[in-house]
Unconditional design. Structure first.
Length: 459
């Protein structure tokens, strides 16, 4: 009967039930946040005259020694403890005696856990933003090396219009800047309402100072409703959604890397250090890292769905179901971090093969729109020009030609306005250079994009 709450029970908890109930094996990762929260809580209790200054000192020093011992490995978690909160409190009492038993005054594990997760996620958000910035740096560097390398741009995975490799990968850079902003927004909202002091659900009869605790724990405000403070996990849902979106972007990029590294494309070659071989086919070089990132995306979506489903039927306020929030969010945090940590160097070390990209762009009538635009600039309505070029493409397909190899006499048969200047208009380089619209694949726009990413990184 060693449970803190054992007073009202006649029998001990069944062994299997005890294991089932315990969360220490996963919430132990929040030990630092739990101790930090408790230190500030003790400080507040003493400032408000709820405990003495001496007791506060004992508590804070005791907590500091526990933190140190956990960090240097001389103290390990007691896996028989119910959760990290109980573990720290009982270890404290073991060390300092009765003063340790005063720490939980005007507090409940309900507001304590709501606090710990927020503090934990705040640090993880900062780390993930940092990782996204490294990824952005890698994309930016790759893009500036390949500003003039032309590849086919696709729609429906059919060759559509020529673009530069820089323009293509900068699209992902834009997505990742928004991902970083989203995390920042979610973090700001999460840190705007400190739950500590909500206590079990209804607040407390002690004259506490929630604003002091909030401020000292890095919050910009307090949860104005104590039931909300302990009940909601919307900040976890929001961050899981941010993480799922990052994974979705990484997964699309991975899919392209997998395609590009196939013999059918061969636009890139992944470095040996980010590929694996086959146990039976000696020639294989497999893009496992990109495949795993794509695969793990499903897992992070699952974490989001799992928490949403856990929360959907819960009455207010705290319910033990909510203990399930942590494994989902921890798994998502770990997965996102691992994925970016592998994806970034995989990208930075891959070899780009511009000749193959250009070769692929030379096929598939990728400059047909430009041929139509040529006629439009000579005065023809776009629909008419579009139809005429369609007929020329059909003629090319029948005769094994490309738009560049149709003789001028033949062009003139299709329309007398065609002239020799058309070849200058439909070369791959011209197609790219002439796309001068803002945000297009033209060189000025690509420079603007590079500048934007650089400024974002310096921010
Ligand atoms: N381990 C619990 C959790 O993660 C801490 C809160 C327990 N609260 C309670 N009333 N039993 O949710």
């Amino acid at each position: 009967m060693d449970k803190m709450w054992a007073g009202r029970f006649q029998k001990a908890l069944d062994k299997e039930a005890d294991d089932f109930n315990s969360s220490i094996h996963f919430d132990c990762r929040m030990f630092k946040q739990d101790i930090t929260g408790s230190m500030v809580h003790a400080e507040m209790l003493s400032r408000q005259g709820i405990i003495t200054a001496k007791e506060k000192l004992q508590i804070v020093n005791g907590l500091a020694s526990i933190l140190e011992d956990l960090q240097n490995g001389s103290l390990s978690f007691d896996m028989n403890a119910e959760d990290i909160h109980m573990f720290v409190e009982s270890e404290l009492t073991k060390r300092i005696g009765d003063a340790g038993k005063k720490l939980h005054t005007a507090r409940s594990r309900n507001d304590q856990v709501a606090l710990d997760i927020r503090l934990y996620l705040k640090e993880e958000c900062e780390e993930i933003s940092g990782l996204l910035k490294e990824l952005l740096r890698a994309i930016r560097n790759l893009a500036s090396e390949h500003k003039n390398d032309i590849m086919p741009g696709y729609t429906h995975l059919q060759r559509a219009q020529p673009i530069t490799f820089a323009h293509h990968i900068l699209a992902y850079a834009m997505m990742f800047t928004r991902d970083a902003e989203r995390i920042n927004d979610a973090k700001r909202r999460m840190m705007s309402s400190s739950p500590i002091g909500s206590c079990a659900l209804a607040g407390t009869t002690y004259n506490t100072d929630r604003a002091f605790e909030a401020e000292n724990l890095g919050f910009t405000g307090i949860a104005l409703n104590s039931i909300d403070g302990v009940s909601d996990r919307d900040f976890c849902v929001e961050l899981l959604s941010c993480f799922a979106t990052i994974m979705m972007h990484l997964s699309r990029f991975s899919e392209e890397i997998i395609l590009w590294s196939s013999w059918e494309f061969k636009f890139i070659e992944l470095d040996d250090s980010y590929t694996t071989g086959s146990s039976i086919m000696p020639q294989k070089k497999n893009p496992d890292m990109a495949e795993l990132v794509r695969g793990k995306t499903g897992r992070v979506y699952g974490d989001l769905m799992s928490l949403l489903t856990t929360l959907k039927g819960l009455p207010l306020a705290y319910n033990k179901d909510m203990q399930e929030d942590k494994e989902a969010i921890f798994d998502a945090v770990d997965t996102v971090k691992k994925c970016i940590k592998v994806f970034t160097p995989m990208l930075a070390t891959m070899r780009v093969l511009p000749e193959n990209m250009r070769k692929a762009a030379g096929k598939g009538f990728i400059n047909a729109t430009d041929l139509a635009d040529y006629l439009v600039k000579k005065g023809m309505p776009f629909r008419t020009a579009y139809k005429k070029v369609g007929e020329i493409v059909a003629y090319c397909i029948d005769n094994g030609l490309i738009l560049e190899s149709v003789p001028m006499e033949k062009y003139k048969e299709f329309d007398p306005t065609f002239d020799n200047d058309l070849f200058g208009e439909i070369s791959l380089d011209a197609c790219v250079e002439k796309r001068i619209s803002a945000g297009g694949t033209g060189p000025d726009s690509v420079e603007t994009q590079l500048k934007y990413i650089t400024e974002f990184l310096n921010d």
